[in-house]
Design a protein around this ligand. Structure first.
Ligand code: NAP
Length: 519
C-alpha cells in the first residue's frame, strides 16, 4: 500500500515502524498508510528556523503576499483532484469537499491581498507614537516584527485543506516558517496540497514542512521564539498547554477547541415567516454539512416556547428528506463521520443527550445508500428536544461532533436566551435570527462576552450570507472558555500571534527612520 511521506528538512521522508492506515470512511477501504516513527522532529524544527525563517524575513509583506497568491493558484489548479481525494478520505460529499478546498484558497487569497496592501515593508507599525519627554524629541512608538522561531500547526481531521491553509497563510504572511501536522485520519488532502506546493516551488526552502502521523515528541523541542497553534479537542489542547517545553520556554499557544454553538430564534420570527424559514435553512445546513463535523455547527436550537412544536416539526420534515450514504453515490446529501472512533463518540453522545430530553428525529442508526453492507461510519441526523426550563446538563456541556442538535424552548426574552446559551461556557459562534432590532441588540450584548463571533441572522442579509458556520478570513475565529480561549484570522489581527510587539523608546528622528514614518 502507498506509504505517505512527511516533508521535513527540505526533503520527503518516510517514518519507519508502526503504521497507521488511512481509510475511506464510507467503505472502510484502506487508502494509504503513514508512520512518523524515527523522524527527527528536532532537526525538522531547526531546519525551519534556520532556513525558512531568514528567507521569509528577507521578503516584504508584498512578496510574501505574492507567495500566498502562488500557493492559492497551485491549489486551484488541482481543485478537482483534491475534491476527489476529500470525498474518498473524508467521507465528504462534493459540496463538503468544495467547502474545505475553496475555503483554503479563499483564505490564502484574502491574505495575499492583505500582503499587497501592506506593501514593501517588513515591520508593522502599531498604533500612534507618543511624546514621552518635555519636547517631541523623546518619543515612543510600538512596532511588530516576525518572531525568529517556527510555527507548529496541529490540525483537526475535519478540514484538512482549510485548516492547513488558514493557519499557514497568516503565519507565512507574518514572516514565520510553518511545520504543519494534519490529523492522521484525513491526511491525504493535506499531503497532496504540500506535494503540489513543493512541486511548484511556491515557497522558499524550509518555509513549509509537513509532519504526517503522530505528533510524537515534536513539542518537546519548541523554544522561546516558537509558537504552537492547535485545533482539536479540548482534552488535547489542555495536554499541549501543559507540555514542559511549552511552559519552560513561555511558548505562545493558541487553542481552537470544542464549542456548543447556539442559534436563537427571536419571538418576532413566527413559523412561516421569512426569518423563521431562513433560520431553519441554516440549522439544517449546519446539522448535515460535513455530517455535522464543523466546529462552528449549531448544536443548540433555542426557540420561543409558543413556536417550539411547529419549528421542531418543520425541522423533522427537512431532516427526513436528507439522503445519507456513500458520498460517491448520486443523490447522497450527507456522508459518514470520519472515523470509527468518531462513530463511537457520536453514538455515545446521542445516548447521553437522550438522557436529558427526548429523541424527536433519528437515533443514529440507518441504512446508508450506496455503502457496502455493514461497512462505513454512518450516523443518521438526530434531533432532540428538552422540556422548557429543564436543567439538561449534557446538552449544555457535551459537544457531540456529528449531525446532532437539540431544540431548547425558552420564554422569548433576550436575557433568558443569553443565560441559557452562556451555559455552554464559551463558544466560537452563536446566532440570533430576528428582525426586531431591540431584541437583537439585547441578545448580542448578552452573548458577546461568551463568544468569538455573533451572527445576526436577518432576511436583509440572507441572500449574501454563507451562514454562521462559515469562518471568514476577515473576521476573528476562536472563542473563550470551552472553545479554547484562542483567536485566529481576523485580517491583520491574526498576524499578531506570529509577531513580537516591541516598544521603541528614544529619539524621534531615529524611530521615524526605523518605522518609515514621515516626520
Ligand atoms: P484531537 O483528537 O484533539 O486531534 C487534533 C490534532 O491533535 C490531531 O492532529 C492529532 O493527531 C493531534 N494530537 C493528538 N494528541 C496529541 C498530542 N498528545 N500532542 C500533539 N498533538 C496531538 O481532535 P480531533 O478529533 O481531530 O478533532 C475534533 C475536535 O476538534 C472537536 O472537538 C472539534 O470541536 C474540534 N475542532 C475545533 C475547531 C476550532 O476551530 N475551534 C475546528 C475543528 C475541530 P492525530 O490525528 O495523529 O491523533
Amino acid at each position: 500500500m502507498r506509504r505517505l511521506q512527511s516533508h521535513l528538512e527540505g526533503r520527503w521522508v518516510a517514518g519507519t515502524g508502526r503504521v497507521e492506515t488511512l481509510l475511506n470512511p464510507a467503505t472502510e477501504e484502506p487508502l494509504a498508510e503513514v508512520s512518523s516513527e524515527g523522524l527527527d522532529r528536532n532537526a525538522a524544527l531547526e531546519f525551519a528556523r534556520s532556513k525558512g525563517g531568514p528567507a521569509l524575513r528577507s521578503m516584504s509583506f508584498a512578496s510574501r503576499g505574492a507567495m500566498l497568491r502562488a500557493m492559492c493558484e497551485g491549489i486551484q489548479a488541482h481543485r478537482e483532484e483534491l475534491i476527489e481525494l476529500s470525498v474518498a478520505n473524508g467521507g465528504n460529499t462534493r459540496g463538503d469537499a468544495k467547502f474545505d478546498i475553496d475555503g483554503a484558497t479563499f483564505t490564502l487569497s484574502a491574505y495575499a491581498e492583505l500582503g499587497k496592501t501592506l506593501g514593501e515593508t517588513r515591520i508593522l507599525v502599531d498604533g500612534d507614537g507618543v511624546q514621552l519627554g518635555r519636547t517631541p524629541r523623546f518619543h515612543g512608538q510600538h512596532m511588530r516584527v516576525p518572531r525568529h522561531g517556527v510555527a507548529v500547526h496541529i490540525n483537526a481531521f475535519n478540514f484538512p485543506a482549510w485548516g492547513l491553509a488558514e493557519k499557514a497563510a497568516v503565519a507565512l504572511l507574518a514572516g514565520m516558517p510553518v511545520l504543519a501536522k494534519p490529523a492522521t485520519s484525513s491526511a491525504l488532502v493535506a499531503h497532496r496540497i504540500v506535494e503540489i506546493l513543493v512541486g511548484k516551488n511556491a515557497l522558499p526552502e524550509g518555509a513549509l514542512s509537513l509532519l504526517l502521523g503522530s505528533a510524537g515528541d515534536v513539542l518537546a523541542y519548541v523554544g522561546p521564539q516558537d509558537v504552537v497553534a492547535f485545533t482539536g479537542s479540548s482534552t488535547t489542547g489542555a495536554l499541549i498547554r501543559a507540555m514542559p517545553a511549552v511552559i519552560r520556554n513561555s511558548v505562545r499557544v493558541n487553542v481552537e477547541a470544542d464549542s456548543l454553538n447556539a442559534a436563537v430564534l427571536g419571538p418576532d420570527a413566527e413559523p412561516g415567516s421569512e426569518t423563521c424559514d431562513y433560520f431553519l435553512k441554516d440549522v439544517l445546513r449546519d446539522m448535515t454539512q460535513k455530517a455535522g463535523q464543523k466546529c462552528t455547527a449549531i448544536r443548540r436550537v433555542l426557540v420561543p416556547q409558543p413556536f417550539a412544536e411547529r419549528v421542531r416539526d418543520e425541522l423533522v420534515d427537512k431532516l427526513a428528506a436528507v439522503v445519507v450514504g456513500n458520498p460517491a453515490t448520486d443523490g447522497v446529501r450527507m456522508g459518514p463521520v470520519a472515523t470509527a472512533q468518531q462513530h463511537k463518540d457520536v453514538r455515545e453522545g446521542i445516548d447521553a443527550l437522550a438522557r436529558d430530553g427526548r429523541l424527536v428525529y433519528g437515533n443514529g442508526a440507518l441504512k446508508p445508500l450506496g455503502a457496502p453492507d455493514g461497512k462505513g461510519y454512518f450516523v443518521s441526523p438526530v434531533l432532540l428536544e428538552v422540556e422548557p426550563g429543564a436543567a439538561a446538563p449534557t446538552v449544555h456541556s457535551r459537544e457531540v461532533f456529528g449531525p446532532v442538535a437539540t431544540v431548547v424552548p425558552y420564554g422569548g426574552r433576550a436575557d433568558e436566551a443569553a443565560a441559557i446559551v452562556s451555559r455552554g461556557q464559551g463558544g466560537l459562534v452563536s446566532s440570533v435570527y430576528s428582525e426586531d432590532v431591540a431584541f437583537t441588540s439585547d441578545l448580542v450584548l448578552g452573548l458577546a462576552p461568551f463568544h468569538g463571533r455573533v451572527f445576526l441572522g436577518s432576511v436583509k442579509i440572507a441572500e449574501q450570507s454563507p451562514g454562521p458556520g462559515t469562518v471568514l478570513p476577515t473576521l476573528v475565529h476562536g472563542g473563550p472558555g470551552r472553545a479554547g480561549g484562542g483567536e485566529e484570522l481576523g485580517g491583520l489581527r491574526g498576524l499578531e500571534f506570529y509577531m513580537q510587539r516591541v516598544a521603541l523608546e528614544g529619539s524621534r528622528p531615529v524611530i521615524d527612520r526605523l518605522t518609515g514614518a514621515k516626520g
